[in-house]
Design a protein around this ligand. Structure first.
Ligand code: C2E
Ligand code: CA
Ligand code: CA
Ligand code: CA
Length: 278
């Protein structure tokens, strides 16, 4: 038994080493990914189930690694955050998303907004306002059509500093929304300090919405949003049952695989054409 234990230890060690090597490789390659055009944005529609139409689109970053293939954001975003690369990456996503949004709206009667995910660490760079201003200026996109999704971990940050940075952005007309609400760090103590306009219910609740306790929490979040005069949207919606439940609970904005997976720009254009016909 001892010997087996030792072998297992070696195996574990090797696996750790492989993970470490992959991590170092990704970090090195991430530094040149922007320059080499290896990023692409996929867009996932947000749907209003009471009006049966798309209301906006979320930008979700994809990295096509030349050798390792598609790397998931859950793997490379943390590396980008730790290395500070998240700042130039976010600047690029903001610019590209605003340009794309301006373009698709040229063909639509009712404009669709675009939302961009903001890592908490972008606030450390102190130039978010500058990044947002220049993305809007260069694209020509109206500020009210840009939305920043910030996770609730922001409340663990220096709230005063975050509020100070968001204030001018909010005053431009940009929408600020709280992503992953209820995911774990939620502090009801600071939710009303940050100028949010939208709450996004974490998809974990949707995945467990067959449990009465999770449904009760979803109900409560929707009520909380209404009390605070915030819009509310549910993410991770995959089934008709979930849609029916959300609508009965008073939440008609939703996003998830039921409506569409995140898609490349060309596929989004097709999807929009088709969905606007119904
Ligand atoms: P998120 O902002 O919470 O994005 C939602 C994630 O849920 C996306 O994963 C999306 O593809 C996935 N999703 C959408 N609908 C469904 C559904 O019906 N069921 C399930 N199970 N999942 C669904 P993705 O694209 O892998 O992104 C993961 C996370 O990476 C994002 O979570 C976000 O935190 C981060 N991320 C993505 N793009 C960016 C970016 O440009 N900047 C930053 N800072 N973070 C990003
Ligand atoms: Ca998001
Ligand atoms: Ca989310
Ligand atoms: Ca998330």
């Amino acid at each position: 038994a001892k010997r087996r234990g030792k072998n297992q230890y070696c195996l574990y060690d090797e696996q750790m080493e492989r993970q470490l090597i992959r991590r170092m490789e990704l970090e090195k390659d991430l530094r040149i990914a922007l320059m080499r055009d290896q990023f692409i944005i996929h867009y996932q529609p947000k749907w209003d189930a009471s009006e049966n139409r798309a209301i906006g689109v979320e930008a979700l970053l994809r990295w096509n690694h030349p050798i390792l293939g598609r790397i998931a954001p859950d793997e490379f975003i943390p590396i980008a955050e730790e290395t500070g690369l998240i700042v130039p990456i976010t600047r690029w996503v903001l610019g590209q998303a605003c340009r794309d949004c301006f373009e698709w709206n040229e063909n639509l009667e009712e404009p669709l907004s675009v939302s961009v995910n903001m890592s908490v660490s972008v606030f450390d760079s102190k130039n978010l306002e500058d990044m947002v201003t220049s993305a809007l200026l260069h694209s020509g996109l109206e500020a009210a059509l840009l939305e920043l999704e910030i996770t609730e971990t922001i409340v663990m940050h220096n709230v005063e500093d975050v509020v100070a940075q968001l204030k001018p952005i909010r005053e431009m007309g940009v929408i600020i929304s709280m992503d992953d609400f209820g995911a774990g760090y939620s502090s009801l103590g600071s939710i009303d300090l940050i100028p949010f306009q939208t709450l996004k219910i974490d998809k974990l609740y949707m995945q467990q919405s067959d449990m009465p306790s999770k449904r009760a929490i979803i109900h409560t979040i929707i009520m909380l949003a209404k009390q605070l005069n915030l819009d509310v949207i549910a993410e991770g919606v995959e089934t008709e049952q979930q849609i029916a439940f959300l609508q009965s609970a008073g939440c008609s904005w939703m996003q998830g695989f039921y409506f569409s997976k995140p898609m490349a720009r060309a596929d989004l254009d097709l999807w929009l054409q088709q969905s606007m016909l119904v």
